[in-house]
Design a binder for this molecule. Sequence first.
Ligand code: PGA
Length: 265
Amino acid sequence: MRIPLIAGNWKMYKTVAEAVKYVKELRGLVKDVDGVEVVVAPPFTAVHAAAEAARNSNVGIAAQDLYWEREGAFTGEVSGVMVRDAGAEYVIIGHSERRTLFGETDASVNRRMAAAFAAGLCPIACIGETLDQRERQETFDVLDRQIKLGLDGLGSDQIAQLVVAYEPVWAIGTGRNATPAQAAEAHGYIRKRLRQWFGAEAAELCHVIYGGSVKPDNIADLMSQPDVDGALVGGASLDVRSFLDIVTRGRDAARRRQGGAAGTV
Ligand code: PGA
């Protein structure tokens, strides 16, 4: 059974002081919120301070990327070991902004995935089609390629721990979220492929979360769909109250779907 996971991707927002203030407030707000895993991803500069502020709370910390080498002459890069050392437990890998703006490919995603597991981090692996690809009916081919190449070489035990974020690129930062039916279709497809390629047990344990213009007023519809195990939230996670609403409404929708079972999806 999967506990829903709601992660806030802050992108290139918030100073150290702003991150600490947010995390301190969030930890108080979610201290009695059970049945959902809550994660925030500050920029590298604030990971350590955010992790200190989140210590012994329900809030987990993610980095937004890593480099696959452990250390070396790689100016500007940060390794998985460093991210883990700074206090992160999760790392976002292959976000569409990394793919389109910074040349990330399925092959480089794959190297980062292996490095994340080697460093003891839980990867949040982002996949999803562009608008052109959807309109050309290529969505499933794109997902196949991103899953096959991005997750190549991982074992079933790693897939079981993994978080896959389905983020249709046309929905990111556009205010245009996927309909619940579109999300359900893509998530069902991803789970089917994971089952075929990594086995039923791993596919059952792997989280498949949705990202792209998630807001307090659409999270319940999205999370009432089968196979939607949570959300990766960009813009609407920057305000702590809005993020809290998404966390609680998402958790409640998952519970209703399960007929009241304790916070699993
Ligand atoms: P958005 O971003 O919620 O602002 O659309 C989602 C993401 O990029 O992870």
